[in-house]
Design a protein around this ligand. Structure first.
Ligand code: ATP
Length: 286
């Protein structure tokens, strides 16, 4: 029996731009992504036998091939042409689900990295990312983590200079968001404001945290249904008034986050937001 424990960090979108709808129905994206220490912990165990057994502390997660962690193991086994034996995957979830923080994709990427090491497969990051592409659009980025640019559907990943270390307050409002609905709303109207992705890349290159924080921007915010947009704006205002250098929504939401250069200010902001939003976290960049 062999076992490995791996972390699956949540991601934030420092920028998110949707460029155009492609003939295949997918959209071309341009996103600057950042990992944070808030993470799920996965323990992978292989022993003689066959099949995948999943366990998790969250009762409502799928425990079959629909779980992205299991899907990743199956894709890796096919791609590398190896038998996994009997694989147990235990997922301790901390990253909120359906939050725009790529929790499931990060679990999938952690399985790819973990099994690659545990089984000594010797696959490179780009090879693992290519396997991940078949599991989900955010998985290739999650294979790399840290600060990176993701383009296309998310499969073209370029590592970037790391965002200077900072503290992050994340708040997930209680309403659900529908990703297909947000894409349809974007298709149906002209996008008036887009992120300054070039400016964000220059700020990262210069190691300029303030410059990066000023350029946080997500095109999906503008097309949220109005009462949800108001809630996201309200949470951003609270974070900014509490001293955030910048605030934005991550992915298709609904999680809102603020960046802080000082742990005391971040802690105070966390305390200010928590009464408004029970799913609030204080974390820091990876
Ligand atoms: P993204 O930011 O990539 O859009 P998300 O944060 O909005 O992701 P996830 O938390 O990754 O969304 O999960 C979305 C769906 O995927 C849920 O319906 C959930 O049941 C399913 N799912 C499958 N596997 C997992 C997993 N390991 N962890 C979380 N959700 C999973």
């Amino acid at each position: 029996m062999a076992s490995i424990t791996v972390q699956a960090p949540a991601k934030l979108n420092l920028t998110l731009d949707v460029l155009e709808r492609r003939p295949d129905g997918y959209h071309d994206m341009k996103m600057v992504m950042q990992s944070v220490k808030l993470a799920d912990t996965l323990t992978l165990t292989v022993e003689p036998g066959e099949g995948i057994a999943l366990s998790t502390n969250l009762g409502f997660l799928p425990l079959d091939g629909k779980n992205l962690a299991a899907a990743a193991a199956l894709r890796l086994s096919e791609a590398a042409g190896v038998e996994l034996g009997r694989l147990s995957i235990d997922i301790r979830k901390r990253v909120p689900v359906c939050a725009g923080m790529a929790g499931g994709s990060s679990d999938a990427a952690a399985v790819l990295r973990g099994l690659n090491e545990l089984l000594g497969l010797g696959l490179t990051r780009p090879e693992l990312a290519r396997v991940g592409e078949r599991v989900g659009s955010d998985v290739p980025y999650c294979v790399y983590g840290c600060t990176a640019l993701a383009e296309g559907r998310g499969e073209r990943v370029t590592a970037l200079p790391a965002l200077p270390h900072c503290w992050v307050v994340l708040a997930k409002p209680g309403f659900p968001v529908s990703t297909p609905e947000l894409f349809a709303r974007l298709d149906g109207q002209r996008v008036r404001c887009r992120p300054d992705t070039a400016g964000m890349l220059a700020a990262l290159e210069a190691g300029d945290l303030n410059g990066a924080a000023r350029r946080l921007f997500n095109v999906f915010e503008e097309v949220l249904p109005s009462y949800r947009r108001d809630r996201v704006r309200e949470l951003k205002q609270v974070l900014l008034r509490a001293g955030a250098l910048g605030a934005s929504m991550s992915g298709t939401g609904p999680t809102v986050f603020g960046l802080f250069d000082d742990p005391g200010t971040a802690e105070a902001a966390f305390e200010a937001v928590r009464p408004l939003c029970p799913d609030t976290f204080l974390s820091e960049t990876v």
